[in-house]
Design a protein around this ligand. Structure first.
Ligand code: AMP
Ligand code: GLY
Length: 442
């Protein structure tokens, strides 16, 4: 089987790493890839040499959906797997399906669960899926009046895609009014902030529940916990995600079936009943409140960095899972997991999620080559005349696997001590909610 993976982040690197272990896969292409995918043999653990022979780098942007379809057709790709949301929101799945090409992911209409928060909130409201109380605004004056009336704390969200940075949890009135200005008047996220959702602030622990779905049934992956804030102890601005671990103990054996019953299956059935069956991934970002689990957001693709902490624990072959979901026969499939825990710590460029420098030489990655159960998934990296350099805000994902979360985190943080680039920042407290204390030295 020839597989094309679309994207260039740590999630896509993890996907390729896992797909390359499948006996069904003969060749993997990645568009546009990154500095790690390009020389994927850097990844330790299984079959690095085989991986190098398998993977090929394609210079097509992840949102250039027409060119991707041309490529898939001309190279006889059997299955395309899409990492990032932008290509899905642009209709890559519709285009591929029209051309008779197999692709894992939702149609453009179904992808609105992620690409429009107003659409998602309205689906939840109509189908009684638990979520925060909300109102939708197109007019900044009305939004300001609503905020003044409700008071703080309050949450302001851009309707459209903002790379995980379009939500502001405001604790003061001036913060809330400032957020409305930034999104609706200054248009810092362009059209994505033309419309805003204003919602009640929820309190509790967050968890990412990610399932693969064929539009009818759902196959859950291990529950994971992301760390969206930039700084330790969940301070600072929201980011795309600064680290993750799996399994998340807050998703207890009692809670897991409840989430399936109250959130995941009702969402899948709601989309099917509305005429937009959801195939691919359903990712529910949940707040575990004292009132039960409530949906903060939906995504229709794998979480990043959650997937980097989930796939190293997956024992089963991923290919039949993606394949059967695409073909609508997921009920035949199950998934086995390794015991233990996995932790992923993101190394970012100083300044992220705001402005940051690129082109900084990254040193020490080769020292991880002989470490067992600690390895790297690249994100914003590039090979430049033989050197590995930073090329994005989130640069590297350092992953550790261990018998428990503490052991997994120790492996990841030990590995980080080998790596350096100018301005490198990372959180020292990944997993703190589960451990009740940091593993890394501040
Ligand atoms: P979202 O863009 O909706 O995923 O939100 C990003 C982050 O903002 C979430 O992971 C939460 O940490 C926080 N957040 C979003 N909605 C709420 C809410 N209603 N109450 C409290 N925090 C929220
Ligand atoms: N880790 C958050 C996301 O993938 O949206």
């Amino acid at each position: 089987m020839r597989v094309l993976v679309v994207g260039s982040g740590g999630r896509e690197h993890a996907l390729i790493w896992k797909l390359s272990q499948s006996p069904e896969v003969s060749q993997i292409f990645c568009a546009p890839g990154n500095g790690g995918i390009e020389t994927i043999a850097e990844i330790v653990d299984i079959g690095a040499e085989d991986v190098e022979a398998l993977a090929e780098f394609v210079d097509i942007g992840a949102e250039d959906v027409e060119a991707l379809a041309e490529f898939a057709e001309s190279r006889d790709i059997d299955l395309t797997v899409v990492g990032p949301e932008a290509a899905l929101a642009k209709g890559i799945v519709d285009l591929f399906e029209k051309r008779g090409l197999r692709i894992f992911g939702p149609t453009k209409a179904a992808a609105r669960l992620e690409s429009s928060k107003a659409f998602a909130k309205n689906i939840m409201k109509k189908h009684h899926i638990p979520t925060a109380q909300f109102s939708v605004f197109d007019d900044p004056q009305a939004a300001r009046a609503y905020v003044r009336q409700l008071g703080v704390p309050i949450v302001i969200k851009a309707d459209g895609l903002c790379g995980g940075k379009g939500t502001i949890v405001a604790h003061t009135l001036s913060e809330a009014l400032g957020a409305i200005d930034l999104l609706m008047e200054d248009r810092i996220f362009k059209q994505a902030g033309e419309r805003v959702i204003i919602e009640e602030r929820l309190v509790g622990e967050e968890v990412s529940v990610i399932v693969v779905t064929d539009g009818v049934t759902a196959l859950p992956l291990l529950a994971a916990q992301d760390h969206k804030r930039l700084l330790d102890q969940d301070r600072g601005p929201n980011t795309g995600g600064m680290g993750a671990y799996a399994p998340a103990p807050c998703m207890s054996a009692e809670l897991a079936p409840l989430v399936m019953e109250q959130v995941i299956l009702p969402t899948i059935h709601a989309m099917a009943n509305e005429g937009w069956p959801l195939k691919g991934v359903l990712y529910a970002g949940l707040m575990l409140t004292s009132d039960g689990p409530k949906v903060l957001e939906y995504n229709v693709r794998f979480g990043d960095p959650e997937l980097q902490a989930i796939l190293p624990l997956m024992k089963s072959d991923l290919v039949p899972i993606l394949d059967d979901a695409t073909e609508g026969r997921l009920s035949n499939v199950s998934c086995e997991w390794r015991a233990g825990s996995c932790a992923c710590v993101v190394l970012a460029a100083g300044g992220y999620p705001g402005d940051y420098a690129i082109g900084k030489e990254i040193q020490g990655t080769e020292r991880l080559a002989d470490q067992k159960d600690a390895f790297l998934f690249h994100a914003g990296t590039k090979r430049d005349r033989g050197r590995l350099v930073s090329w994005g805000g989130r640069v590297l994902n350092v992953v550790g696997v261990g018998a428990d979360l503490e052991a997994a985190l120790k492996r990841a943080y030990n590995a980080i001590s080998e790596i350096h680039f100018d301005g490198m920042i990372y959180r020292k407290d990944i997993g703190f909610r589960a451990l009740k204390g940091p593993v890394a030295k501040a």
